[in-house]
Design a protein around this ligand. Structure first.
Ligand code: HEM
Length: 507
């Protein structure tokens, strides 16, 4: 009953699109604070009483990094700058080590050999659902992604892949180009712009138009954008740290749940409209309607809606963060920006023909600039699995129940692989040997992951971001205002802490 009451309140929040009334907000936050204090004290007590003994390491366990801070362990130091911390620890303790944060054991695998364990292991041994389901299922919904056994999710990924084909891509380029041209009309001749905000707005429209189709794009107004925002707020540390049955205590998680219900209704209506029209679209909605599972069963409307939400959310922040970092790099490196512009003139001619798929393929300078951005600022900075049993790597045995992690950011910044100048933005490094100084390094460039959980959206992400940047470079020149920004390490995706740049229309 109690949870129903909260649910209704949260639904009302979505309807009115306002923040909570002060009285509700006060009661909820007081309840939450009290519950948090009680929960934290309880966890500390249990930790001190029962689990400290578990810190006594087995002989062949990975080195354990000590911390003087009880319970929180290395969390504070780690969060200041995770990448520097991990590289320092690797230099001191070797490629496999365990740190403790908030009572949990995290074993990091650094470099090629150690990382191969995470990417090559079976999902039953190093499991993804155990880590991600609690965070993702309330946003995407039941029956998809980490809510189903991995072999079913692999079938769902396969359906996505069939939908992301070259014939479709050729159709998508003009759609994206037009969306960006329309969007940029609001910029005027010159000004200052927050790149992360701008790319987030652009990409929700381009991705929705291409992947969801025209029906769903046509209803993407402020209200729907707000629903995406509320869903997105659900990807937060509280959702990960608190057990699911306590999520109702956190206002933004209640809003997430209500937004999920609203969003599903919107998708059900769009699915119904497509079916009733008898038209076949060139989009993912059509692929999901037309493709059966191996068993011959077709997806339910609920599964299709969940897949469509998932598809958009998987590509939204990852792409807007990458494009914002590229913008920041180009604003600070005007010579590389000039080379990208020159390339546009060469490939498209100085009258700037409409962008097409083949032109995008031949934009090598822009391509390398993206690859280098994804090396230095991969949006997913840590890939995590849960060890369901002890596992051997590099002479160590990782115990069961550890969170086993590979950090793309750290692996992509190792001097032995990327050279002494590895912290510099240098797209040209990808002209030779894929930028690598060692051939034993396939897991040291993993912005899209690897193995069975590898990203299926890489080609679409390149297509989308390169089309956006082709129009942007054609029309505007960017310059830096502030110092080069640090990543915002508090966010789950390391966006730029400040991404405001100056822009001016080209004459
Ligand atoms: C710059 C853009 C993107 C980056 C950097 C990126 C990165 C990643 C990474 C690192 C993973 C592996 C996660 C893991 O192993 O735990 C992944 C998986 C995935 N991505 Fe992306 N992604 C991007 C865009 C997209 C887009 C546009 C889509 C959809 C159209 C998408 C859909 C997926 C899916 C379905 C998975 C599979 C997850 C799994 O099997 O567990 N991604 N992505």
């Amino acid at each position: 009953m109690e949870s129903n009451k909260f649910h209704t309140q949260a639904e009302a929040d979505v309807e009115t699109k306002t923040t909570f009334s002060p009285s509700f907000s006060l009661t909820a936050s007081a309840t939450f604070q009290l519950a948090t204090v009680v929960a934290v004290l309880g966890v500390v007590f249990i930790y001190l009483k029962f689990f400290r003994r578990a810190n006594i390491q087995a002989k062949d366990a990975p080195p354990f990094i000590p911390s003087q801070v009880p319970f929180l362990g290395s969390a504070i130091e780690f969060n200041k700058n995770p990448v520097d911390f991990l590289i320092r620890m690797k230099n001191q303790y070797g490629p496999v080590f365990t740190i403790e944060m908030a009572g949990k054991k995290f074993t990091y695998l650094m470099g090629n050999e150690a990382s191969s364990l995470l990417f090559n292991s079976k999902n039953e041994d190093l499991n993804a659902e155990d880590v991600y389901a609690k965070l993702v299922t309330p946003v995407f919904g039941k029956g998809v992604a980490y809510d189903v056994p991995n072999d079913i999710f692999l079938e769902q990924k396969k359906m996505f892949k069939t939908g992301l084909n070259i014939a479709r891509f050729k159709e998508y380029v003009p759609i994206i180009e037009q969306e960006v041209r329309d969007y940029l009309t609001r910029w005027g001749d010159k000004g200052e712009i927050d790149l992360f905000e701008a790319f987030s707005e652009m990409i929700v429209m381009t991705a929705s138009h291409c992947l969801h189709g025209p029906e769903i794009r046509s209803i993407l107004d402020e209200r729907v954008a707000h629903l995406y925002y509320l869903l997105d707020q659900g990807f937060c540390p509280e959702a990960w740290l608190l057990p699911s049955w306590l999520h109702f205590l956190v206002p933004k998680l209640r809003r997430r749940d209500a937004a999920h219900v609203e969003m599903k209704k919107i998708f059900y209506a769009a699915i119904e409209k497509r079916r009733a029209s008898g038209n076949k679209g060139e989009d993912m909605l059509q692929t999901l309607l037309d493709t059966p599972y191996k068993s011959g069963r077709y997806m339910t409307d609920d599964e299709i809606a969940g897949m469509l939400i998932g598809l958009l959310m998987a590509g939204q922040h990852t792409s807007s963060s990458t494009s914002s970092w590229l913008g920041v790099f180009l604003a600070h490196n005007t010579e590389i920006q000039r080379q990208c512009y020159e390339e546009q003139c060469q490939v498209r001619g100085t009258t700037f023909e409409p962008v097409d798929y083949d032109q995008l393929k031949s934009m090598r300078v822009l391509d390398n600039a993206f690859r280098e951005t994804l090396r230095l600022r991969p949006p997913i900075h840590v890939i995590i699995r849960h060890s369901r049993k002890p596992l051997n790597v590099c002479g160590y045995t990782i115990p069961a129940n550890h969170s086993v992690c590979v950090s793309p950011t750290a692996n992509q910044r190792l001097t032995e692989i990327w050279g002494e100048e590895c912290a510099n933005f240098n797209p040209e490094r990808f002209m030779e040997n894929d930028g690598l100084t060692s051939t034993e390094s396939k897991f040291c460039y993993v912005p899209f992951g690897a193995g069975r959980h590898r990203c299926i959206g890489e080609s679409f992400a390149y297509l989308q971001n390169k089309t956006i940047w082709s129009v942007l470079l054609e029309q505007y020149q960017l310059s830096a205002i502030d110092e080069f920004p640090e990543p915002n390490y508090q966010n789950m995706i390391h966006t730029p802490s400040k991404s405001v740049v100056r822009y001016e229309k080209r004459k």
